[in-house]
Write a protein that binds this ligand. Structure first.
Ligand code: FES
Length: 277
């Protein structure tokens, strides 16, 4: 099937014709995903970062021109979210989780060590342009704390020593292998294109949920625990066929009476009935 030709906008940007045509075609695809094209602004900002390495002045103008909004409106969004960079980003964003669990498990020490080793602070980039160091919030990987992310790929159970060795490899251009997920780490620009909604085909690589994440499920299976049956409801949801009782009514999660032994023995050892030590 031949793609529809996309008209490039009259522009105040300084993109060359080829870059502008490519950006316009991609942005047109993004805008078409939403009932209101303006809803495409967030992925369009990632698209701009995939070309410029940050949200540039030209990128802001491009988004504004495509969406028929002002540059000030685009800037207001771009400056709200920390994933949008206002200065050229390093090839790799090294994000150290310093949220509560990772912090107490060593995340603060990892950040301090990396900061000393690289000579940069939070949201600063090494002079060679290889690494932008960040403190990041919880990545929902607390079971592998402390966690370091490289362009949003997981490096689990890190130490100051392993994190600095990782950073050194990135600087030298050596391959690094994430603990879970994709088998390699791509560049910030490539990752930004994925975040703009253009898959690179690597989403299903590697281990998704590892043993620590599945520990609760394993215990439940060993002990024969199952989720309680959903109560019958008068009408199923038309879209999903599933039923869910209104909050506050019998059978809703807020009102549910425990129905299984483990639910009624929280804090107790199942076999002995004693308080868990
Ligand atoms: S606190 Fe670090 S991943 Fe949750």
């Amino acid at each position: 099937m031949t793609a529809e030709p996309v008209e490039t906008p009259t522009t105040k940007t300084r993109y060359d014709a080829e870059t502008l045509a490519s950006l316009t075609a991609d942005a047109t695809q993004i805008m078409a995903r939403y009932p209101d094209p303006r809803s495409g602004l967030l992925p369009m900002l990632h698209l701009v970062q995939s070309v410029d390495g940050y949200v540039s002045r030209d990128g802001i103008l491009f988004c504004a021109e495509m969406l028929g909004i002002t540059a000030a409106e685009v800037s207001a969004v771009a400056t709200f979210y920390t994933q949008y960079k206002r200065r050229p980003n390093g090839t790799y964003t090294v994000g150290v989780c310093t949220n509560t669990l990772c912090a107490v498990m060593g995340g603060d020490a990892i950040f301090d060590e990396l900061s000393d080793h690289l000579g940069v602070g939070h949201d600063e980039t090494t002079p060679d342009g290889a690494i932008t160091l960040e403190r990041v919030e919880c990545n929902a990987a607390c079971d592998y704390a402390p966690v370091v992310m490289v362009n949003w790929e997981f490096f689990d159970n890190q130490t100051p020593e392993s994190a600095t060795a990782l950073a050194d490899k990135l600087i030298l251009g050596e391959d690094v292998v994430p603990t879970r997920g994709a088998a390699s780490v791509c560049s910030f620009k490539q990752m930004s294109r994925v975040l703009a909604g253009f898959p690179d085909g690597r989403a299903d690589e590697g281990v998704g949920a590892g043993a620590p994440t599945l520990a609760g499920l394993s215990v439940a299976r060993e002990r024969g625990w199952t989720a309680p049956e959903a109560p019958a409801a008068d009408a199923a949801d038309g879209a999903t066929g599933q039923t869910s009782p209104p909050v506050g009514t019998p059978g809703s999660s807020a009102e549910r009476t425990p129905t299984t032994a483990p639910d009624t023995s929280v804090g107790k050892d199942k076999k002995s009935g004693e308080d868990a030590k």
